[in-house]
Design a protein around this ligand. Structure first.
Ligand code: BES
Ligand code: ZN
Ligand code: ZN
Length: 474
């Protein structure tokens, strides 16, 4: 997307304008001129300015004006949502101007750029009738707009939309090596270094978890490592992502309806890589490495069997009782590897358990860890980025959930309950003393239905939180 700042309306080339109104049809800063004389028409359309409302009206000069509701009071996330709603209301316009950034809030400009850019997203690769769409040109009309917020917003949008593209891509088009190479090329352009661990390297380096999960597929597993070191880094961060390019369940095969969306099971792996690419493009002062553990979980004559035992990178053994609990197996290796370079913080993102989605619903991620300060840091970053996350317990006395009769641990939990805790408990075995936070994104990574700036399908969840974590590093 292209973003420009205009001091006045005169030079605008926009086909449509998006303006804000508070409840009671109070014009937001910069909107009064557009709202003049509109009160009766807006009332006739039942538009009161409440959050979520939108009405599109023709202006005298033939342009369209979208009025979006901001509610009684607006915060950056509601502003981002209003911008997304506004963009979707005038979806056919290639040049759109807005005054929403004039709302009196720290970060308003970045939130508005993000709302427009994220709301503009469509995945049309496989629509044969789709024509190449011109990139959205957004004009911020009047007020102030800092270059730095515009740039942060634009680069964040591109990273989130990259993650969405990768998640929406059918599994056939994203084998572990293919997706690693695509991300490695983008990372190199951004100024980050990329290393792809192929199956030979994974074997030589004792990565038994990723190898076990990947051995049933004709497309071998791969681990993508991206590294960026900013000037005078304030923190050393490690981001780890589950990258199952398709989760059939393996020999513990999923039923057809649960398998339908399982191309999304690499959302964590894509998100951590997209975040490092954005951090490099922004030149943030951190040392950050992402580890995306890509593998395809398939049933075949070479697949791992229920009851097999794996040895992970750190030497610990895992009894694989259910081959569908594969995310924790690839993460075991990747977390152990991340911990070896002793970062200040490891954050992993994983579409790990249906149980977490059952607990928190489809919109909210579960946050687990063993260090309260680290958990608080991630929750704060998520809140300020506008991504919804909630703390979950990980009590030591629940280790029994993963006790195995024959190995150091098993990959299933104890019966039907607490499955998200059992999975997190296993991950904890692989991070040693390093501060670590696990984010279970099984719900929010992929939506059955879109709203405001979030599309149906891959949402790019987590990218904004990880960029914000780097931005707020101290
Ligand atoms: N990828 C799934 C988890 C998932 C489910 C993500 C629904 C998004 C939506 C994961 O690999 C899985 O299958 N987990 C099992 C674990 C069980 C076999 C112990 C689950 O949650 O049922
Ligand atoms: Zn699974
Ligand atoms: Zn999975």
């Amino acid at each position: 997307m292209i973003v420009s700042h205009f001091k006045t309306n005169a030079s605008s080339k926009a086909d449509a304008v998006v303006v804000g109104m508070f409840s009671g049809r109070r014009p937001a800063p910069g909107s009064a001129g557009f709202a003049r004389g509109m009160a009766k028409v807006l009332a006739a359309f039942d538009f009161g300015g409440d959050a979520g409302q939108v009405v599109v009206l023709p202006a005298a000069d033939g342009r369209r004006i979208a009025f979006v509701g901001l509610g009684e009071e607006v915060d950056t996330e509601l502003l981002r949502q209003a911008a997304g709603t506004g963009r979707k209301a005038v979806a056919s316009a290639d040049v759109v101007s807005t005054t929403l950034h004039q709302v009196d809030l720290d970060g308003a400009t970045q939130a508005v750029v993000e709302g427009f850019g994220l709301g503009d997203y469509r995945f049309e690769t496989y629509k044969s009738a789709s024509k190449a769409r011109p990139v959205l040109s957004l004009e911020l009309l009047g007020g102030d707009a800092s270059e730095q917020e515009i740039t942060s917003g634009r680069i964040t949008v591109e990273a989130v939309n990259l993650c969405r593209d990768l998640v929406n891509e059918p599994a056939a088009g994203k084998g572990p090596m293919a997706i690693s190479e695509r991300l490695a090329a983008l990372a190199a352009e951004a100024g980050a270094t990329a290393t792809i661990w192929d199956v030979d390297r994974l074997t030589a380096e004792n990565m038994g978890g990723i190898l076990g999960v990947g051995q049933g597929s004709v497309r071998p597993p791969a681990l993508l490592e991206l590294h960026y070191r900013g000037r005078r880094p304030k923190a050393k961060l490690a981001y780890v992502g589950k990258g199952i390019v398709f989760d059939s369940g393996g020999l513990s095969l999923k039923s057809a309806d649960f398998m339908e969306s399982m191309k999304d099971d690499m959302a964590g792996g894509a998100a951590v890589a997209a975040a490092v690419i954005a951090i490099a493009r922004l030149g943030l002062p951190v040392d950050v490495t992402s580890y995306s553990a890509f593998a395809e979980n398939m049933p075949s004559g070479s697949a791992q069997r229920p009851g097999d035992v794996l040895k992970a990178r750190n030497g610990k053994t895992i009894e694989v009782l259910n081959t569908d609990a594969e995310g924790r197996l690839v993460l075991a290796d990747a977390l152990a590897l991340a911990a070896e370079s002793t970062p200040d913080l490891i954050v992993d993102l994983a579409t790990l358990t249906g149980a977490c989605k059952v607990a928190l619903g489809p919109k909210i991620a579960g946050v687990f860890g063993k260090d309260q300060a680290a958990i608080d840091q991630v929750l704060a970053a998520a809140a300020s980025a506008g991504e919804r996350a909630w703390p979950m317990p990980l009590p030591d006395d629940h280790r029994y959930m993963i006790d195995s009769d024959i190995a150091d641990m098993k990959n299933t939990g104890a019966g039907r309950y607490g499955g998200a805790i059992a999975a997190a408990m296993l991950l904890k075995e692989f991070v040693g003393e390093t501060p670590w936070v696990h984010v279970d994104i099984a719900g929010p990574a992929f939506f059955d239905k879109g709203e405001h700036y979030l599309p149906k399908g891959g949402t790019g969840y987590g990218v904004r939180t990880l960029i914000e974590l780097a931005q707020s590093a101290r």
